[in-house]
Design a protein around this ligand. Structure first.
Ligand code: GCW
Length: 692
């Protein structure tokens, strides 16, 4: 009998506490009796959420929720809040309801991360007004570059049936300050604009509204012709214009607080204004005019490149800078962080600092398309921190990206979501940290990766330094590790065809677009390696402001991390900078035998091996600290790290053995030697994703 009771108890406990990650970072221990929360204002749906979260989860003094009268000093002050403690109470105040909600989540975060002190006096204002997720979710339920199962949106069941996950999704976003979501893929189906689908979108908007989240949609530029039956979608044609005006009016009748459109035009086969001999500005302004009177915006993507010869890294700049100043004031040009495409590491996109009279917003990729997808533990906040802190020099020294993109009339930022229908939302436990980090940095890009890792770990696992501090180390070195084992020294796009998971630097597809093949980017030959973007090459360096352009142009001053991004170096050229300093970190025979300077070939061997060593170290650290948490998540992460360690060796061997066919040099004896044969690696079919 006792045994049966125990078994039942264990089964029950397991069912209640399945550690599948579904609770994300919101793992509050509910109060047995409700906390005292007083609000003298009308309890609107948003205030009700704030109140309920605090009543259930706050474990301290009485709380007052207070709406202040607005001074209307800026167009977007709404989300700010303050939290002030008095002797027996805490007052959260804001001029908006959603500000109170953000204040509530902030206070709970302080509680959960053990950062609460007796005297609280906090004032928070987000740096970006619009903090938006971009879902690349298709209407057929698939997700482009999604690694966490199918789409969260059950289009077939909407609008009648509302999955409970919609509310959980909104709650998670609100808890980190995200206030907008583009629900469908930028490779947009025109059908999203049909009344049938707009009703479904409305149902989602209704769920998200109390959480302060606005809905946006991606639109297909040819919608007037495809679903409207017009002979053209030319943005200067009066019928086209009328169609968009009436479509937008319809949307606002259905969803009165609709946010606006996101558009991918004339890129990778998507239609756009250039199909009709018009410019991006013509296209964007036409849509903007339709949205303007309703308060909507257009986010017009700058991710464009033609299959023509030339340097792909230069194309967006070349296409958009002549249009600077021509965009309407409710158009924001949405620019990926780097000039190519979410590679493990890119220098910043020169459109930041290049467009001076146009609203511009960064697009970051949370889903790890090119960083091991949901299989590798790669924390992206260090990359984003690096990006935000990049100095564009557009108005002299100190023109940091985080400064110039948060001092505009509308300050916005987008992150391509990594969310799917998997129980744990993101496909792996640590991938959730990237969703979390995006929200936190969109609120405040001055937060450091370390702070964010630490607070995420404390909430998601345990607020114990013995755990969070080594686990933070893992997270903080994971991005560099990934760069090292995948494509160090400025290499980029060595990925397998279309799949973007494993290495295929040799990839050659007959008739494929040249700029979709790794060879276009690495340019390996018997002389050396790398893409010459100097003044004697493609001259992409000229797109940067001085002194960056001169710095990048000269290999002696070009940061080593961008060496092969900007230069075609010879195999025996000497690299003077960081490799040599790091040489003592990883050598089988210890630092004494390490050379003071590396040749390019040696540096390459060193970095690939160092990347593998870093993952092995991540495994050890996890072994040390991970056992402090529940077994289920410990084991899952442990197993993920095994995959990552094997994949790191696969990457190292594939790239080194392939480049060796050009360098014709041995891998230095004091470094680890390959474990695979190049010919075997070439046979891997990436249909199944990995070596395993
Ligand atoms: O990174 C590339 C992806 C495409 C994506 C495109 C884009 C949505 O491989 O899948 O399409 O970028 O950003 O438009």
């Amino acid at each position: 009998m006792k045994f049966l009771q125990l078994t039942l108890f264990l089964m029950f406990a397991q069912a209640v506490y399945a550690e599948d990650g579904s609770r994300l970072w919101l793992r509050y221990q509910e109060n047995s009796s409700r906390a005292e929360v007083i609000c003298k204002h009308k309890i609107t749906p948003t205030i009700a959420v704030a109140k309920q979260e605090l009543e259930s989860n706050w474990k301290g003094r009485k709380i007052y929720l207070q709406i202040l009268s607005s001074k209307k000093t800026s167009p977007h002050p709404d989300d700010s809040f303050s939290i002030i403690s008095k002797a027996n109470e805490i007052v959260i105040s804001s001029i908006s309801e959603v500000g109170l909600l953000y204040g509530a989540y902030h206070l709970l975060r302080l509680q959960e991360t053990a950062q609460l002190t007796d005297n609280v006096n906090i004032s928070e204002t987000p740096k970006y007004n619009l903090r938006i997720l971009n879902h690349w979710d298709n209407l057929d339920g698939t997700v482009e570059r999604g690694y966490a199962g199918g789409s969260l949106w059950q289009w077939n069941e909407l609008p009648e049936n509302l999955s409970p996950r919609y509310r959980q999704y909104a709650r998670a976003n609100a808890s980190i300050g995200i206030n907008g979501t583009v629900v469908n893929n930028v490779n947009a189906s025109p059908n999203i604009l049909t009344t049938h689908y707009l009703q479904k979108v409305k149902a989602l908007a209704d769920v998200f509204r109390p959480y302060g989240i606005k809905i946006y949609i991606s639109v297909n530029f040819s919608s007037p012709a495809i679903i409207g039956g017009l002979p053209t979608s030319d943005p200067l044609n009066s019928e086209t214009i009328a169609w968009w005006h009436s479509k937008v009016a319809e949307i606002y009748t259905i969803i009165p607080d609709f946010g606006g459109f996101l558009v991918k035009a004339n890129s990778e086969g998507q239609p756009g204004p250039q199909d009709f001999g018009r410019t991006h500005a013509d296209g964007a302004n036409m849509l903007a005019a339709a949205l303007k009177k309703h308060g909507g915006i257009v986010m017009w993507r700058a991710f464009v490149y033609n299959p023509t010869a030339g340097d792909r890294a230069k194309q967006a700049f070349d296409e958009f800078t002549p249009l600077d100043g021509l965009f309407a004031d409710n158009v924001i040009v949405q620019v990926k962080n780097g000039p190519i495409d979410f590679q493990p590491r890119e220098p910043f996109n020169p459109l930041f600092g290049g467009l001076k009279k146009t609203l511009i917003m960064p697009e970051l990729q949370i889903t790890q398309e090119y960083l091991g997808q949901s299989k590798h533990l790669v924390f992206l906040a260090p990359m984003w921190q690096d990006f935000f802190e990049s100095d564009t020099y557009c108005n002299g020294q100190g023109s940091l990206i985080k400064t110039i993109t948060t001092n505009q009339k509308i300050n916005a930022i987008a992150g391509v979501a990594n969310i799917g229908e998997d129980a744990n939302w993101c496909g792996s436990h640590f991938a959730q940290a990237n969703w979390y980090a995006f929200g936190r940095m969109a609120w405040n890009p001055n937060l450091t990766a370390e702070q964010i890792a630490d607070e995420w770990l404390a909430q998601t696992f345990i607020p114990d330094k013995n755990f969070t501090s080594p686990a933070t180390d893992i997270m903080l070195q994971s991005w560099e590790a990934c760069i090292n084992y995948m494509m160090p020294l400025g290499l980029h796009h060595l990925f397998a065809w279309e799949h973007h998971y494993g290495p295929q630097p040799w990839c050659d597809i007959p008739d494929a677009r040249e700029d979709w093949l790794p060879k276009y980017y690495h340019r390996a030959d018997s002389a050396g390696l790398g893409f010459d973007r100097t003044t004697s090459g493609s001259n992409a360096v000229a797109q940067y402001h001085s002194p960056l352009r001169e710095q990048f142009d000269d290999i002696k001053t070009c940061p080593e991390k961008y060496a092969l991004w900007f230069h075609h170096l010879k195999w025996n050229d000497t690299l003077y900078t960081e490799s040599a300093q790091k040489s003592s970190c990883y050598f089988e025979n210890g630092s004494e035998s390490a050379p003071q300077n590396f040749t390019l070939w040696e540096a390459l061997c060193y970095h690939y091996n160092y990347g593998v060593a870093q993952v092995r170290q991540m495994q050890k650290t996890w072994q040390q600290c991970g056992q402090m948490i529940d077994t289920e998540r410990f084991v899952r992460v442990q197993s993920g790290l095994k995959t990552q360690a094997r994949d790191a060796m696969w990457w190292r061997d594939a790239c080194l053995l392939y480049f060796q066919t050009f360098s014709k040099q041995q891998i230095p004896f004091n470094m680890e030697q390959p474990v695979y044969e190049l010919e075997d690696l070439k046979k891997i079919n990436l249909g199944n994703g990995s070596l395993n």
